[in-house]
Design a protein around this ligand. Sequence first.
Ligand SMILES: Nc1nc2c(ncn2[C@@H]2O[C@H](COP(=O)(O)OP(=O)(O)OP(=O)(O)O)[C@@H](O)[C@H]2O)c(=O)[nH]1
Ligand SMILES: [Zn+2]
Length: 207
Amino acid sequence: MAEVRARVQLNVGKNSDIPAEIVSFSGLKDGQEHVALIFNEADKHQQTPLIRMHSECLTGDVFHSSRCDCGEQLNESIELMHQEGGILLYLRQEGRGIGLYNKLDAYVLQSQGMNTYEANNHLGFADDLREFSDAVLMLKALAVTQVKLMTNNPKKLSALADNGIDVKAVVGTSAHIKVGLTGNQAYLETKIKHGSHMLDIKKIQKP
Ligand SMILES: Nc1nc2c(ncn2[C@@H]2O[C@H](COP(=O)(O)OP(=O)(O)OP(=O)(O)O)[C@@H](O)[C@H]2O)c(=O)[nH]1
Ligand SMILES: [Zn+2]
């Protein structure tokens, strides 16, 4: 069982004008400082709030790197939750769980032609090291048992559904394409082909 440790108001978004609360927890299992951002007190007022489980990506979230779409997905989630209310679980699982330095090593291999998963495997890691049991504990600490999940990743859906969270609906995130040598087209295409992501491949490919 996890519990809420602190819950405090702040404004977020690119203009710092979207009201939210940030929540820390005690009793999480993996030793990371995961946090929840809550919009419109969705946990208190909504039976089936919009949820996003966002895995940390320093390069994308902070620097808006061309190599992925994480920062844009983060902004998209914040803006939608501003409208509808919701809970964004910001999970400290950099590089799908391999950490920042290993992710940068994987980028080096990707620059030499490997795809995301091959690069991970070459470094001795599985395709994706993430597991979402702390996310489930965070939702339970907030007394949220029914959700609308914002994702294109079927593994996130089953991670909740198999652990007592009733996923009533899935809302896809948009395709945020970045072209060029260090662009994210191959990254997104690999997610669809090898990660079974529910993104429309036609939106990714060059015309
Ligand atoms: N190992 C590795 N991790 C990457 C790479 N590119 C992005 N990531 C990490 O992938 C994670 C992004 O995952 P999410 O935004 O949760 O996306 P997702 O699992 O694809 O699912 P949805 O966005 O919910 O559809 C972050 O932790 C990034 O740091 C890469 O090339 N290699
Ligand atoms: Zn990213």
